[in-house]
Structure formats: structure tokens, C-alpha cells
Design a protein around this ligand. Structure first.
Ligand SMILES: Cc1ncc(C[n+]2csc(CCOP(=O)(O)OP(=O)(O)O)c2C)c(N)n1
Length: 300
């Protein structure tokens, strides 16, 4: 299914007034709003996006927007959706939540699970920069193996983040049998826009998990965000997939997975890695892809 670019709004509904240059999270929110359009309400918890776009009197979001407590994002947006319905607002209003990975896979997961169980009529978007960035780069349940963060420092006794597996939000949502869930990346805009278009057309709880490179936390030149986002996908460190009709399927398959080394080596957060660490990360990636091949359509 191609994206109907004509349906994208020409209005800018989500500026990143104070984000860092090259902010992937902002690209994600901006693209989502291009499809969702002005007939929408937004909620955002404590995170980079709240901190950079809602500093009174310089709001950079041009639809109704509520800033929520950190764990309360899904409950708040679900309440807004229920309120809109009770007031007889049009069915085609979209209620969008934007949360970071920390606010989603760790702190907000219970509220999101409840919304998914109730099948509340919301579009929940997690932009994933792989750490709690707004408070200075602390690890989250989405931080990759051997990554430096301020709470997984590197040195003689530590290689950084120890967990091999990141929490898989797509599969957590699939286990709730939501109508639609997908992963995406800001480096693949057509794939992302198409998924937002699809999600918008569904009713009920829809969830997007978007890879959003972060020059400040990852340590690279801000001009390279899209390039680095692509390297993540081409090396199989992130994958583009969707969940629909109780099936998981890949929406983009790299021809052959690139080695992980160039992707890791261009980021300061991985600069401590030794060849054997890189080898280990690559074999964990390989095992991950074997697993995907068994569970997802379109891997082979
Ligand atoms: C209950 C609570 N705990 C901690 C904080 C402090 N805090 C504000 S933003 C933030 C980091 C958010 O990380 P994430 O959700 O990954 O979004 P990002 O900052 O990366 O955009 C933290 C820890 C808070 N506001 N409320």
C-alpha cells in the first residue's frame, strides 16, 4: 500500500522549538502529525518532547495538548478519547500519545497495557532514542547491549549495559491483540507515514514504536541522524515490521544484513567496544534474526 501524500496536511502541527539539532524524536512526532492532521488531541509525559515543545508561552504544538505525569500517558490519552466521545465529538478525531522509550517500556507500561486490554481508542506513539535522554542519558529497558549511559558507565569493570535483549514493544502489544501495532524508523519516512495512515484508519488501541536516533545521547554529528537510522535497520539492529490480523510481518527486508561494526563505531556511546564485544553483539543480532524468521512473515 503506497502512502497517499496528498492527504498529508501542509500545516506544521509539531515544531521542535528547542530540540537538539538532528533530533530523531522530533522527526517522528512531526511525521506522525502530518498524517494525523489538525483534527487531533495530543498528550505527552515528562520527556524530551515535553521539555522542548511546551515551555510557556512558546508552545510548539498546534493542537490541544496535555502534558501528563510520567507514568500516566496512556491513561490520560484514553481519558481524553473517552471525554471526546462523551461530548459527541466526531469519530474521526485522533487521540495521539507521544512518549519516550523510558516513559513507555518502563514507567508507562502498566497504563499502556490497561489501555490495550480495554482497546481504548488511542494512537500511542513511542519514539525510541534508547535511553532516558531528557534527564541526561540514563539506561532504559530499550537500551542496547554494551551501550554506555550515565547509569551503565564503562571502565575496567563494566562494558556498559548488560542486558542482551531490549524490551520488544511490538510483541508486547501483539500479545494484547491490539488491532494494529508497528515498528518504524525516522530514516524510512514512507514506511513510517504508511503505518501512521494505516493506524489512523483503525479504531481501538494502536501502537507505533519508532526508532529515533539521538545525536546528543548517542554521540555523533547531528547531520547524520537519518544515515545512522538507516545503518541501524540495514545492520539488523532495528527492524521494520507490523502486527495486524494477529500476524507479525516484516515491512522491509534488508537484502543482506550489513555488519554491525560500522554502525557501532560511528557512535560515542559504543566507542569502548573491543572486537570480541562487537562480535558478540553481531551473534546476538544473528540469533535475533533466526527468531524473527520463525515468528514473522517476510523475513526470508
Ligand atoms: C515520576 C517521575 N520520575 C522521574 C521524572 C524525571 N524525568 C523527566 S523526563 C525523564 C526522562 C524521560 O525519558 P524517556 O521517556 O526515554 O524520554 P526522552 O527523555 O528520551 O525523550 C525523567 C527521568 C519525572 N518527571 N517523573
Amino acid at each position: 500500500m503506497a502512502v497517499n501524500l496528498k492527504t498529508l496536511t501542509e500545516e506544521e502541527l509539531f515544531y521542535g522549538a528547542k530540540t537538539c539539532q538532528g533530533c530523531g524524536a522530533l522527526m517522528a512526532c512531526r511525521m506522525v502529525m502530518k498524517v494525523v492532521g489538525p483534527k487531533s488531541c495530543v498528550a505527552i509525559p515528562a520527556c524530551c518532547m515535553a521539555a522542548t515543545t511546551t515551555v510557556y508561552p512558546q508552545s510548539a504544538i498546534f493542537v490541544n495538548n496535555v502534558v501528563t505525569a510520567f507514568p500516566g500517558l496512556a491513561a490520560t490519552i484514553a481519558g481524553m478519547a473517552a471525554g471526546g466521545e462523551a461530548m459527541g465529538w466526531d469519530d474521526d478525531t485522533t487521540y495521539v500519545a507521544f512518549g519516550g522509550d523510558g516513559g513507555t517500556v518502563d514507567i508507562g507500561i502498566q497504563g499502556l497495557s490497561g489501555a490495550a486490554e480495554r482497546n481504548d481508542n488511542i494512537l500511542y506513539v513511542c519514539y525510541d532514542n534508547e535511553a532516558y535522554m531528557n534527564t541526561g542519558v540514563q539506561r532504559s529497558g530499550s537500551t542496547p547491549e554494551y551501550c554506555w549511559t550515565t547509569t551503565t558507565p564503562t571502565g575496567p569493570c563494566s562494558k556498559g549495559e548488560e542486558g542482551q535483549l531490549r524490551k520488544n514493544l511490538l510483541e508486547i502489544m501483539a500479545a494484547h491483540r491490539v488491532p494494529y501495532a508497528a515498528t518504524a524508523s525516522v530514516a524510512y519516512p514512507m514506511d513510517l507515514l504508511r503505518k501512521v495512515e494505516k493506524a489512523k484508519a483503525y479504531k481501538g488501541c494502536r501502537v507505533l514504536h519508532i526508532s529515533a536516533p539521538c545525536p546528543t545521547g548517542w554521540g555523533y554529528d547531528p547531520a547524520r541522524s537519518v544515515e545512522i537510522g538507516k545503518m541501524a535497520v540495514e545492520s539488523g539492529m532495528w527492524y521494520l515490521a507490523e502486527y495486524e490480523d494477529d500476524k507479525l510481518k516484516l515491512t522491509y527486508r534488508p537484502k543482506a544484513l550489513e555488519p554491525v561494526e560500522p554502525y557501532l563505531k560511528c557512535q560515542r556511546r559504543f566507542r569502548h567496544l573491543k572486537p570480541e564485544d562487537i562480535q558478540e553483539i553481531q551473534s546476538v543480532r544473528d540469533q535475533g534474526w533466526e527468531r524473527l524468521a520463525a515468528l514473522y512473515e517476510g523475513v526470508r
